[in-house]
Design a protein around this ligand. Sequence first.
Ligand SMILES: [Zn+2]
Length: 531
Amino acid sequence: MARERLYLFDTTLRDGAQTNGVDFTLADKLAIAGMLDELGIDYVEGGYPGANPTDTELFAKDRKFDTIFTAFGMTRRPGRSASNDPGLALLLDAKADAICFVAKAWDYHVRVALETTEEENLASIRDSVKAAKAKGREVLLDCEHFFDGYKANPTYALACAKAAYDEDARWVVLCDTNGGTLPHEVATIVAEVCKLIPGDHVGIHAHNDTEQAVANSFAAVRAGARQIQGTLNGLGERCGNANLVSIIPTLKLKPEFSSTFDIGVSDAALKKLAQVSHALDERLNRGSNRHAPYVGASAFATKAGIHASAIAKDPATYEHVAPETVGNKRKVLVSEQAGKSNILAELERIGIAADKNDPRIGRLLEIVKERETIGYAYEAADASFEMLARRTLGTVPNYFDVTQFDVNVEQRNNAKGERVTVCMAVVKVKIGDEKMISAAEGNGPVNALDRALRKDLGKYQKYIDGLKLTDFRVRILNGGTEAVTRVLIESEDENGDRWTTIGVSPNIIDASFQALMDSIIYKLVKSGAPA
Ligand SMILES: [Zn+2]
């Protein structure tokens, strides 16, 4: 039997941007949209053109995505015509493949919040859908507070949804805006809607206020809906939106859904899911939830004991899905033997040949454990792990030594009498018998140090010319006076290869120096620079 198509709609960049403490830049939005596109998400809602400069700029750009890039905005304002509404005009002019309108579907909100009549609200829905269709856009209608509206006045809530469908909106999306609806209610109400509007035109937009946004999304699908809206890592206002990172593997791996539905995410893309989830956290500069279903570091971690020995015999005994299917890894904690096999697996993954009986493997494991207790996170710093492993196994040449460095931060008045902070770094390097000294200024101490360090590496300079730092993230661990600083540096080379290095120290300059050095040496090793 042919499987039915189920569509995924991501609103990380719009609803997810409402999260406390989240403020996406244009570069963030483009990078995240790119990840979603690669993942195979059908619709990516980029934002609300006209609502803020970032979104306006985003929708002024040409893009090359396969995903249906969607702009969000309001239906025409009550009392105005569609052609005489500046907000609507901006939305219609945005470079978007689809437009997702939001409209009230609860009679109470129409009267009290919108201060208009029920009929005018329906007319606004019809006119807006018509105007966007005329512009050649695919159209979606988010029915705000649909479930509460339905409970209060089912006839009116359905009339709002039907108004959009009758004007050929591709999707009518039922929103549980305050997140208070329970799965059995969602099932009942969606089934009623699907009697009036075919399910392959009905979507669900669930919020997580009772921690059932994912369950509500599945309840809606089982009742007939064929589009799920959600966000990466469940980002979103208050308790968040439905988490696509949990929804996607469930759809792909659980026969209940996988035997019935096809989604745009391929098996190969699914293997990148953990990486995508962590990349978003990195971009937001926040720690990943270790206990996140499917993708968390602990999602397939088992403490030693009977479980671990059973897992060693047959992983299926304790795992509901295979961790590799979602790009995660099995972890068995504590046990020395299991730790060693994790290290060996990691070495194999990065292409370092190692013998499991080599005593240096045990030493490497000890160093990793020791360092992770003081704040290193090698999972997030692939290149630093590789450098540590190569050093422990004795395969990193001693290219150069930094014999001394000095970073100076000075605040003073400049010639114009303005207060300025100037940073300057001096680095002394020994390459073989040759001693060199480089100085550089920077907009901050780390920037100055980086410039001085990479200014002149003598015979190695040509290998690092294409190296640049693309991201620098600082996190203070365990707070208070005992605080330790963790620095993660992302670097890129002339081939577009990217890697991350780490440094940990009570001193931010020292932590940064470690990460910078790892990055440079990684690049030299990678380029096959001769010792
Ligand atoms: Zn929402």
